[in-house]
Design a protein around this ligand. Structure first.
Ligand code: PMP
Length: 413
């Protein structure tokens, strides 16, 4: 990896005690949770915040005149303010609250792209993408006659920069690209890629589901038009997410879903839509979840994401060294710049069997295609075993993983 290695383990954090779910035994062993790329555990501060809201303040937001509704609205909108600062958006109008990355990307496909593209236009993505950053574009291409173009990757799991650039032609309307690959951990140089795209007047959506939990993200510095992410990957509740969009673009986009809250006035002869960001937030939202997401932002901000990144880089290089040295283990995804994820396979053992044997030893990893079937096809495997790290993991967790893999190998020897 290109990241400078810390001289010692002094960068390591010790926050495990903040996460109650980690304090348990699974199959008779203390839990080692290495599946945070699928869903991260939540700190007590998030869990308590949600419980407090449910116990005392629950009510519907925005329309109520009574005290509970005021409290709920204040906490809900307060979370939006925290998210504005978290990714350095220019204003609250630019933070649309969604159910997750998937919904955020579909919103852009249907509201930004669909009205504007047709035959002869292209949507550009890369071979590294999660299905959530593939299928919404396939759907909009089917609906409009536009073409989906895929930039290739190399055998370390990196997008080939020259080829990506060569595909940025005049007829490309939008580039959809992941910040960090969930299957391989590859970090894309998104700021540079956005600069290339802007030279060709191409809109850029970044799938940041695996970006925000691991590094400081400044959407204005990156220069992207849209940045999508999910609450549950960043230590918040499931069913919450964000679409950051540049105000000028969101302003010009039609609503995607219709219903309550996204309107100012409804008559049978026409409806006036609400202002941003509410134009894109139809219906009663996930109030408790969003309030919990606000608490997750507080947790991450207090901890300092640069420290989190340093901790995880240290652990990832330790994991890659240890795992790479095990006989019969092949690391899949060895990009120059990586974050927090390592896919691997063990000679002669199906990934699902690896996952099951590890679970028997209290080690939770993910196995399968990781919603990135094209990546699996590229490496010629049906799936991989994947260990993903978060701030609460430790050197001991990695050692337990390696010991458990040794055991799995003995069982299948
Ligand atoms: N993109 C990436 C890179 C992801 O890792 C995920 C979740 N695995 C998604 C998109 C979809 O996120 P969600 O299911 O929270 O909408």
């Amino acid at each position: 990896m290109s990241h400078a290695q810390p001289a010692s383990d002094s960068v390591l954090l010790d926050v495990r005690a903040d996460f109650p779910a980690l304090d348990q035994s699974v199959n008779g062993h203390p839990l080692v949770y290495l599946d945070s790329a699928a869903s991260a555990q939540q700190p007590s501060s998030v869990i308590d915040m949600v419980a407090e809201y449910q116990a005392h303040d629950h009510s519907n937001v925005h329309r109520g005149v009574h005290t509970l509704s005021h409290r709920a609205t204040e906490a809900y909108e307060g979370a939006r303010d925290k998210l504005v600062r978290f990714v350095n958006a220019s204003s609250r109008s630019e933070i649309v609250l969604t159910s997750g990355t998937t919904e955020s990307i579909n919103l852009v496909a249907q509201s930004f792209c669909r009205p504007k593209i047709g035959p002869g236009d292209k949507i550009l993505i890369t071979h590294l993408e999660h299905h959530a950053n593939i299928v919404p574009w396939q759907i909009v291409c089917e609906q409009t006659g536009a073409e989906l173009v895929v930039a290739p990757i190399d055998d370390r799991g990196q997008v080939k920069p020259d080829e990506l650039r060569a595909l940025m032609t005049d007829d490309v309307f939008l580039l959809g690209i992941g910040h960090v690959s969930n299957a391989l951990g590859t970090v894309n140089p998104v700021k540079e890629i956005v600069r290339w795209a802007k030279e060709c007047d191409i809109a850029v959506l970044i799938d940041g589901a695996q970006g925000v939990p691991h590094m400081n993200v400044d959407v204005q510095d990156i220069g992207c038009d849209f940045y999508a992410f999910s609450g549950h990957k960043m230590f918040g509740p499931t069913g919450t997410g964000v679409l950051y969009g540049r105000e000028e673009l969101l302003e010009a986009m039609p609503p995607w879903k219709g219903g309550g809250d996204m309107i100012l006035e409804v008559r049978f002869d026409g409806t006036v839509y609400n202002e941003l960001p509410y134009k894109f937030e139809a219906g009663t939202p996930n109030i408790a979840g969003v309030i919990g997401l606000g608490a997750a932002v507080d947790y991450l901000t207090n901890l300092d994401l640069d420290r989190v990144a340093a901790h995880e880089h240290y652990l990832l290089s330790y994991l890659m060294d240890k795992l790479g040295a095990v006989d019969g283990v092949r690391l899949i995804g060895t990009a120059e710049t990586k974050a927090s994820v390592q896919s691997f396979e063990i000679d002669g053992v199906h990934p699902h069997d690896v996952g099951t044997i590890l679970d028997h030893q209290g080690v939770a990893i993910r196995t399968g295609h990781h919603c990135a079937m094209p990546v699996m096809d590229f490496f010629g495997v049906p799936g991989t075993a994947r260990a993903s790290l978060a701030m609460y993991n430790s050197v001991e967790d990695v050692d337990r993983l390696v010991d458990a893999i040794d055991k799995a190998k003995q069982i299948f020897a």
